[in-house]
Structure formats: structure tokens, C-alpha cells
Design a protein around this ligand. Structure first.
Ligand code: EPU
Length: 431
């Protein structure tokens, strides 16, 4: 297993370009199941999760070519209908093949995702929605088995604006007979991106990105080309790292409008945030003093994303004053805090609240990355720690961030993988 060794003390400076959004690319790839022919998705991050999704789609008959940040997916011959446990266990996002597989082949057998380090990952909202559209769904031997000779439109009010439930139902509804209304839908930018792709394939989708999505089913879809939206969570990770290390980082390709509340929080922490004007992309974050303490609450979009919770906690560990974080989305998303405490962070967790008393510096310790975002948070903590922090289970970071340590090194971070030689990046490659 790879390990990162991060030497603390650097102040991050320079430019970094964010990749396409993982949580968009994975769903765009799944959407290609809906149309025969070869779809092309660009701006696909070169990360493990996308490679696993490619493997899953190949398993059911899609021919996939991943070249750089471009994925060509030929879904002319979809003959399989099963998402096996070995692949679903690696990425829980694979549940989003349930809707399109069912729609395309009339049946789907998808391993139940089960819980992970951030909490239980229930899927009853996906199931109830599909049932309302005429599917029969049962659970047997660890698999969800869905069947429908034809799906029909329905009005579905989600108990909670779940991201992947909204996406699964949207993907199932585009070829269903009649009109589907998804109420209390998730509003994340990746959902609007998925809808844009579906519309370019010939679907009729209205209101994606708002709480009510209306889908008028069509008879067929055609393959199409699409660029995935830039990754707002990666952008926010670099922005928070700039604040924590009192640096000056330009995040190219970031869409500031997808980070509105998050950037306001960084400004509360004392950051000077310049957003690209006139609808352009990119932002610059400068911090001249230790961050100031602040309180925040995670919520579905446009609230502060739960994915930012560990990243902000790492930043606030070295803030001037006491902060309070409230996690409202995943019930076990504070489990990594023990690792930050081992690095000297003064954090008390009570239920879904954490009280963070800032300390001037953290101290290096061996730690383990338990999931993607907590892994990135531990790297930020290591940057503001005295000494060399060794982070185990780096594969979690690789699941979600393209070229993470290469970008970090380009910004002046001192980091090695597995104790091997430091890779000096080609600036042309980093854009
Ligand atoms: N929930 C239910 N029942 C369901 C579905 C969800 O109770 O049927 C609950 C969950 O237990 C959780 C809450 O709803 O408490 C939110 O879950 P949601 O379904 O919105 O999350 P998700 O779709 O499983 C996506 C992202 C996560 C991100 C969350 C929240 C993907 C592949 N994953 O997960 O991203 O944290 O939305 O924004 O899109 C990551 O990128 O590292 C990551 C974990």
C-alpha cells in the first residue's frame, strides 16, 4: 500500500488546475448505458473511481476506452445486467447504474453498497422511487434485483434530497413512458451537469439543479459528447489548503459560483478571495495570517458540502480561536478526527458536533487515510505540522484526486510517495 510522507512548514503558492468532477464523471459514464452508439466524455479525472466505473460498465457490455481525460463509451451492445460486489464494494457510486440498466435492459442486479467509513449508505429512496415508476425491486443474497417490462412516469417526493437517488431516478425516467416529477430533488451542480448531458442525448429534462425536476420520457436517446463540470470539491480542497498554510493559490478552472458559501467561510477565516469575473473560471485565495475560527454546518447544496467538513476541520485545527462544526449529512463522518487528535489537534466530538480549539501548529504522527476527503484533510494537517507525517492508505486519496501529490509539489509542498524520489512535475502538464 502506498504511503505519503509530508513535511510540514510549506506555505502553498502558485497555480493549480482542477480536474473534472469525480461525482459528475461517474454518473455521466453510467448515463451512456441509455443509448446505443459511442458517447465521448471529456474532462474525466484520471482517478481510480473512474477506472472502476469503466470496469463495471465493461462488465455489462459497454466498450470503454479511457485515454487521458477522455472516455469513449460504446454502449451498442449492453448484454449484462449485474454490478458485482467486488466493484460496488470499491465505489458506492456504482449504485447509479441501477436506474439506467433497468431502463435499458428491463432488469438490473446490483450489489448492495453497505456502510463505509462515513456512515451507512442506505438506498431505500432509490428503491421506492423506482417502485413508483413500475419496477419490482427485491433484495436477495446481498443484491438489489430490479425488474420492469416498462417504466412509467410518476410523481416522487424524496424524503431527503439524496444526490445519487436523484440521479438514479432521473436516469430511469428519461426513457420511461410519460412524465416523472422528482420533488425535493438534490440540487448539486453535478445533477445539472448530468441533465445537460441527457438533454444532448435527446432527453427532455427541466428544472435540474432546482428542487423540482420534471422529466418527459422520450422513445429513444442517441450517443453524445460532453465535458464534465470542474470538480468543486477539489477546488475547495486547494483553497482551504492555501488558507491553512497562509499561502497564495490560484485555482484554475474552478467555478466560484459552485462554491459560494464555502468561499464566504474562507473569507470569514480572513482569506482574500478573488473570483474570476464575467462568468469566467478560476479563483485566487490569499491568506496573510493564521485563519480565524468560524462555525459551519454541512447541508445539501447550496449548503456547505459534507465533503468539505474534514477539510475545514484540518484548517480550523490551526485557527486563532474556537470553532464549532455541525455534520448533518453522514452520521459517522467524524471518525477520522482521532487521526487529527494524534497530530495534536484539540477537537472534541459530541454527537454530530465538533468543537475545535485552534492550536498554533500540529505535530507530525503516523496516520491513516480512512476515506477520500479525510485523506485530503490529513495532508492539509500534515502541511501545518512540525516534522514529517506519514499517511497510510493513500489509495483513498487516489480514488478522488487526480495527481494529488504532483499538484501539491508544484505548489511548494514537500511530499513523497512511499519514501521514493520526489517527482518534479512538467509545468505544461499541470496547465
Ligand atoms: N440517504 C438515505 N437513504 C437513501 C439515500 C441516502 O437515508 O436512500 C441518506 C444518507 O444516509 C446520507 C444522506 O442521505 O445521510 C445523503 O446521502 P446522499 O445519497 O446524498 O449521498 P450519496 O449520493 O451517497 C454523494 C457523493 C458523496 C457526497 C454526498 C453528499 C457521489 C458518488 N457521492 O453521495 O461524495 O458526500 O453525495 O453530498 O456522488 C465523495 O466524493 O467522497 C463522497 C462521499
Amino acid at each position: 500500500m502506498d504511503r505519503l510522507s509530508v513535511t510540514g512548514g510549506a506555505s502553498l503558492r502558485g497555480s493549480v488546475r482542477v480536474a473534472g468532477a469525480k461525482n459528475s464523471a461517474l454518473k455521466l459514464m453510467a448515463a451512456t448505458l441509455l443509448a446505443p452508439g459511442c458517447s465521448v466524455i471529456r474532462n474525466v479525472p484520471r482517478i481510480r473511481d473512474c477506472a472502476v466505473m469503466a470496469e463495471l460498465l465493461e462488465h455489462v457490455g459497454v466498450r470503454v476506452e479511457l485515454r487521458g481525460d477522455t472516455a469513449e463509451l460504446d454502449a451498442t451492445d449492453v448484454h449484462g445486467f449485474e454490478a458485482p460486489h467486488e466493484l460496488v464494494g470499491q465505489i458506492r457510486a456504482s449504485i447509479v447504474v441501477l436506474g439506467p440498466l433497468l431502463s435499458r435492459t428491463g432488469r438490473a442486479r446490483v450489489s448492495l453498497p453497505g456502510g463505509d467509513e462515513i456512515g451507512a449508505r442506505p438506498v431505500e429512496l432509490h428503491v421506492r422511487g423506482l417502485e413508483r415508476m413500475g419496477a419490482s425491486v427485491t433484495s436477495e443474497h446481498g443484491f438489489l434485483v430490479a425488474e420492469a417490462s416498462a417504466l412509467h412516469g410518476a410523481t416522487i417526493t424524496l424524503d431527503y434530497p439524496s444526490v445519487t437517488a436523484t440521479e438514479n431516478l432521473l436516469l430511469a425516467a428519461v426513457l420511461a413512458r410519460g412524465t416523472t416529477v422528482i420533488d425535493n430533488a438534490a440540487r448539486e451542480p453535478e445533477i445539472a451537469d448530468l441533465a445537460d448531458f441527457l438533454v444532448s442525448m435527446g432527453a427532455e429534462v427541466h428544472g435540474a439543479g432546482s428542487s423540482t425536476v420534471v422529466i418527459d420520457g422520450v422513445d429513444g436517446l442517441r450517443a453524445a459528447d460532453h465535458d464534465a463540470v470542474p470538480d468543486r470539491i477539489e477546488a475547495g480542497t486547494w483553497a482551504a489548503a492555501a488558507v491553512a498554510t497562509q499561502g497564495d493559490v490560484t485555482v484554475e478552472n474552478a467555478r466560484a459560483e459552485h462554491l459560494d458559501l464555502f468561499l464566504t467561510k474562507l473569507e470569514d477565516a480572513g482569506a482574500d478571495v478573488a473570483r474570476a469575473s464575467g462568468g469566467g473560471a478560476g479563483l485566487r485565495v490569499r491568506q496573510h495570517a493564521p485563519p480565524r475560527a468560524l462555525d459551519f454546518v454541512t447541508l445539501p447544496y447550496p449548503g456547505i458540502a459534507t465533503d468539505f467538513q474534514p477539510i475545514l476541520l484540518a484548517m480550523l485545527s490551526v485557527a486563532d480561536g474556537t470553532s464549532i462544526a455541525t455534520e448533518n449529512v453522514f452520521e459517522e463522518r467524524f471518525t477520522y478526527v482521532g487521526e487529527l487528535q494524534r497530530m495534536g489537534a484539540d477537537i472534541v466530538v459530541q454527537g454530530h458536533h465538533a468543537v475545535i480549539r485552534g492550536v498554533p501548529r500540529l505535530s507530525a504522527a503516523p496516520v491513516r487515510a480512512p476515506d477520500i476527503r479525510a485523506g485530503a484533510a490529513l495532508v492539509i494537517a500534515a502541511l501545518v505540522a512540525d516534522g514529517v507525517t506519514e499517511i497510510e492508505d493513500v489509495y483513498h486519496i487516489d480514488r478522488g484526486y487526480e495527481d494529488f501529490e504532483t499538484k501539491l509539489i508544484a505548489l511548494g509542498g514537500e511530499v513523497r510517495r512511499d519514501g521514493g524520489p520526489v517527482v518534479i512535475p512538467d509545468p505544461a502538464e499541470l496547465g
